[in-house]
Design a protein. Structure first.
Length: 228
Protein backbone atom coordinates (compact mmCIF):
# COMPACT_ATOMS: atom_id res chain seq x y z
CA UNK A 1 0.00 0.00 0.00
CA UNK A 2 1.36 3.43 -0.95
CA UNK A 3 1.45 6.23 1.59
CA UNK A 4 -1.37 8.14 -0.13
CA UNK A 5 -3.52 4.98 -0.08
CA UNK A 6 -2.70 4.44 3.59
CA UNK A 7 -3.76 7.94 4.59
CA UNK A 8 -6.75 8.01 2.28
CA UNK A 9 -7.97 4.97 4.22
CA UNK A 10 -7.92 7.01 7.47
CA UNK A 11 -10.02 9.89 6.13
CA UNK A 12 -13.20 9.02 8.05
CA UNK A 13 -11.53 9.13 11.46
CA UNK A 14 -8.28 11.07 10.95
CA UNK A 15 -9.24 14.26 12.82
CA UNK A 16 -10.40 12.30 15.87
CA UNK A 17 -7.34 10.03 15.76
CA UNK A 18 -4.88 12.95 15.72
CA UNK A 19 -6.28 14.32 18.96
CA UNK A 20 -5.81 10.91 20.58
CA UNK A 21 -2.39 10.15 19.13
CA UNK A 22 -0.42 13.40 19.30
CA UNK A 23 1.03 14.27 22.73
CA UNK A 24 0.34 17.90 23.58
CA UNK A 25 -1.72 18.47 20.44
CA UNK A 26 -3.92 21.30 21.72
CA UNK A 27 -1.06 23.02 23.55
CA UNK A 28 1.15 22.86 20.48
CA UNK A 29 -1.57 24.39 18.32
CA UNK A 30 -2.07 27.15 20.88
CA UNK A 31 1.63 28.00 20.70
CA UNK A 32 1.58 27.90 16.90
CA UNK A 33 -1.28 30.40 16.96
CA UNK A 34 0.83 32.74 19.12
CA UNK A 35 3.73 32.54 16.65
CA UNK A 36 1.76 33.53 13.57
CA UNK A 37 3.18 36.64 11.91
CA UNK A 38 1.49 40.05 11.87
CA UNK A 39 -0.73 40.33 8.79
CA UNK A 40 0.87 41.95 5.72
CA UNK A 41 -0.80 44.84 3.92
CA UNK A 42 -1.87 42.45 1.16
CA UNK A 43 -3.71 39.20 2.00
CA UNK A 44 -1.53 36.66 3.79
CA UNK A 45 -0.42 33.91 1.41
CA UNK A 46 -0.14 30.50 3.07
CA UNK A 47 1.36 27.26 1.75
CA UNK A 48 0.28 24.11 3.65
CA UNK A 49 2.47 21.07 2.92
CA UNK A 50 0.96 17.68 3.67
CA UNK A 51 -2.24 19.54 4.49
CA UNK A 52 -4.39 16.47 5.02
CA UNK A 53 -7.89 17.49 6.08
CA UNK A 54 -6.84 21.10 6.62
CA UNK A 55 -6.57 21.27 10.41
CA UNK A 56 -3.53 23.58 10.47
CA UNK A 57 -4.95 25.81 7.73
CA UNK A 58 -8.18 26.08 9.72
CA UNK A 59 -6.21 27.46 12.66
CA UNK A 60 -4.59 30.07 10.43
CA UNK A 61 -7.85 31.01 8.71
CA UNK A 62 -9.46 31.68 12.07
CA UNK A 63 -6.80 34.34 12.71
CA UNK A 64 -6.55 35.69 9.13
CA UNK A 65 -9.99 35.35 7.53
CA UNK A 66 -8.84 37.02 4.28
CA UNK A 67 -5.73 34.84 3.81
CA UNK A 68 -5.17 32.88 0.61
CA UNK A 69 -4.13 29.22 0.90
CA UNK A 70 -2.55 26.54 -1.25
CA UNK A 71 -2.91 23.05 0.23
CA UNK A 72 -0.62 20.25 -0.99
CA UNK A 73 -1.10 16.55 -0.27
CA UNK A 74 -0.60 13.25 -2.07
CA UNK A 75 -3.81 11.87 -0.49
CA UNK A 76 -6.65 13.17 -2.65
CA UNK A 77 -9.41 11.97 -0.31
CA UNK A 78 -7.88 13.91 2.56
CA UNK A 79 -7.99 17.08 0.45
CA UNK A 80 -11.62 16.38 -0.40
CA UNK A 81 -12.36 16.63 3.33
CA UNK A 82 -10.43 19.91 3.42
CA UNK A 83 -12.52 21.25 0.54
CA UNK A 84 -15.68 20.59 2.55
CA UNK A 85 -14.12 22.21 5.61
CA UNK A 86 -13.40 25.38 3.65
CA UNK A 87 -16.39 25.48 1.33
CA UNK A 88 -17.54 28.81 2.82
CA UNK A 89 -14.18 30.34 1.85
CA UNK A 90 -13.57 28.36 -1.33
CA UNK A 91 -12.40 31.38 -3.37
CA UNK A 92 -9.42 31.72 -1.03
CA UNK A 93 -8.24 28.12 -1.43
CA UNK A 94 -6.30 26.20 -4.05
CA UNK A 95 -5.50 22.49 -3.84
CA UNK A 96 -2.61 20.49 -5.27
CA UNK A 97 -2.83 16.69 -5.28
CA UNK A 98 0.85 15.98 -5.58
CA UNK A 99 4.19 15.34 -3.95
CA UNK A 100 5.56 18.47 -2.30
CA UNK A 101 9.09 17.11 -2.72
CA UNK A 102 8.70 18.68 -6.18
CA UNK A 103 7.75 22.09 -4.77
CA UNK A 104 9.33 24.76 -6.98
CA UNK A 105 8.02 28.16 -5.90
CA UNK A 106 9.96 31.39 -5.51
CA UNK A 107 9.03 33.93 -2.83
CA UNK A 108 5.32 33.14 -3.20
CA UNK A 109 4.24 32.82 0.44
CA UNK A 110 4.34 34.76 3.69
CA UNK A 111 3.80 31.60 5.71
CA UNK A 112 4.56 27.92 5.09
CA UNK A 113 3.00 25.41 7.48
CA UNK A 114 3.13 21.65 7.84
CA UNK A 115 1.76 19.19 10.36
CA UNK A 116 2.66 15.52 10.85
CA UNK A 117 3.94 15.03 7.34
CA UNK A 118 7.62 15.81 6.76
CA UNK A 119 8.74 12.93 9.00
CA UNK A 120 7.70 10.58 6.20
CA UNK A 121 10.62 11.83 4.06
CA UNK A 122 14.15 10.48 4.11
CA UNK A 123 16.76 12.71 5.73
CA UNK A 124 18.18 13.95 2.39
CA UNK A 125 14.62 14.67 1.23
CA UNK A 126 13.97 16.68 4.40
CA UNK A 127 17.10 18.72 3.78
CA UNK A 128 16.10 19.38 0.19
CA UNK A 129 12.54 20.31 1.19
CA UNK A 130 13.77 22.82 3.79
CA UNK A 131 15.74 24.52 1.01
CA UNK A 132 12.64 24.56 -1.20
CA UNK A 133 10.56 26.02 1.64
CA UNK A 134 13.15 28.73 2.17
CA UNK A 135 12.97 29.62 -1.53
CA UNK A 136 9.16 29.63 -1.46
CA UNK A 137 8.99 32.18 1.36
CA UNK A 138 8.95 35.90 0.83
CA UNK A 139 11.63 37.88 2.72
CA UNK A 140 10.68 37.85 6.40
CA UNK A 141 8.47 34.81 5.87
CA UNK A 142 7.88 32.13 8.47
CA UNK A 143 7.93 28.31 8.40
CA UNK A 144 6.05 26.46 11.17
CA UNK A 145 6.32 22.67 11.26
CA UNK A 146 4.51 20.47 13.81
CA UNK A 147 6.11 17.08 13.44
CA UNK A 148 7.52 13.95 14.98
CA UNK A 149 11.04 13.84 16.38
CA UNK A 150 13.42 10.90 16.64
CA UNK A 151 15.02 10.30 20.01
CA UNK A 152 18.75 11.11 20.11
CA UNK A 153 19.56 7.60 21.40
CA UNK A 154 17.88 4.20 20.94
CA UNK A 155 16.87 4.12 24.59
CA UNK A 156 15.23 7.54 24.41
CA UNK A 157 13.47 6.55 21.18
CA UNK A 158 12.10 3.47 22.95
CA UNK A 159 10.84 5.74 25.73
CA UNK A 160 9.13 7.98 23.18
CA UNK A 161 7.33 5.04 21.57
CA UNK A 162 6.31 3.52 24.88
CA UNK A 163 5.01 6.85 26.15
CA UNK A 164 3.13 7.41 22.86
CA UNK A 165 1.29 4.12 23.37
CA UNK A 166 0.41 5.03 26.97
CA UNK A 167 -0.86 8.49 26.07
CA UNK A 168 -2.88 7.20 23.13
CA UNK A 169 -4.63 4.63 25.35
CA UNK A 170 -5.32 7.25 28.00
CA UNK A 171 -6.88 9.43 25.30
CA UNK A 172 -9.36 6.69 24.47
CA UNK A 173 -7.84 4.94 21.45
CA UNK A 174 -8.83 1.31 20.93
CA UNK A 175 -6.22 -1.43 20.62
CA UNK A 176 -7.08 -1.76 16.92
CA UNK A 177 -6.45 1.96 16.42
CA UNK A 178 -3.13 1.71 18.23
CA UNK A 179 -2.10 -1.30 16.15
CA UNK A 180 -2.99 0.64 12.99
CA UNK A 181 -0.85 3.56 14.17
CA UNK A 182 2.03 1.21 14.98
CA UNK A 183 1.82 -0.34 11.52
CA UNK A 184 1.83 3.07 9.78
CA UNK A 185 4.81 4.03 11.91
CA UNK A 186 6.67 0.87 10.90
CA UNK A 187 5.97 1.36 7.20
CA UNK A 188 6.12 5.11 6.69
CA UNK A 189 7.76 7.01 9.57
CA UNK A 190 11.35 8.20 9.09
CA UNK A 191 11.82 10.74 11.86
CA UNK A 192 14.97 12.80 12.36
CA UNK A 193 16.36 14.14 15.61
CA UNK A 194 15.57 17.64 16.77
CA UNK A 195 19.22 18.68 16.50
CA UNK A 196 19.53 17.45 12.90
CA UNK A 197 16.38 19.23 11.81
CA UNK A 198 17.46 22.51 13.38
CA UNK A 199 20.84 22.22 11.66
CA UNK A 200 19.23 21.49 8.28
CA UNK A 201 16.99 24.54 8.63
CA UNK A 202 20.04 26.72 9.29
CA UNK A 203 21.84 25.20 6.32
CA UNK A 204 18.80 25.96 4.15
CA UNK A 205 19.32 29.65 4.94
CA UNK A 206 16.96 30.39 7.82
CA UNK A 207 18.45 32.91 10.26
CA UNK A 208 16.05 32.38 13.19
CA UNK A 209 15.54 28.71 14.05
CA UNK A 210 14.18 26.96 17.14
CA UNK A 211 12.12 24.06 18.39
CA UNK A 212 9.75 26.20 20.44
CA UNK A 213 7.72 23.31 21.87
CA UNK A 214 8.57 19.69 22.50
CA UNK A 215 6.68 16.88 24.21
CA UNK A 216 8.07 13.38 23.89
CA UNK A 217 8.18 12.56 20.17
CA UNK A 218 6.39 15.75 19.04
CA UNK A 219 7.85 19.18 18.35
CA UNK A 220 6.94 22.54 16.87
CA UNK A 221 9.73 23.95 14.70
CA UNK A 222 10.04 27.65 13.97
CA UNK A 223 12.18 29.06 11.14
CA UNK A 224 12.13 32.64 9.89
CA UNK A 225 13.70 33.97 6.70
CA UNK A 226 15.56 37.26 7.00
CA UNK A 227 13.61 40.31 5.89
CA UNK A 228 16.31 41.12 3.37
Amino acid sequence: MTINEAFNSTTDYYDEWIRKAVPGYDEMRHIARQLLPPPPQSPLKVLDLGAGTGLFSRLVLDIYPTAHFTLWDVADKMLEVAKIRFEDSSAQFAYVVGDYRHLDERESSHLVISSLSIHHLSDPEKQDLFCRVYQALKPGGLFLNMDQIKGPTPDIQETYIRRWEEITRLNGATEDEIKGGQERRRLYDREATMEDQLQWLREAGFQEVDCVYKKWLMGLFYARKAAG
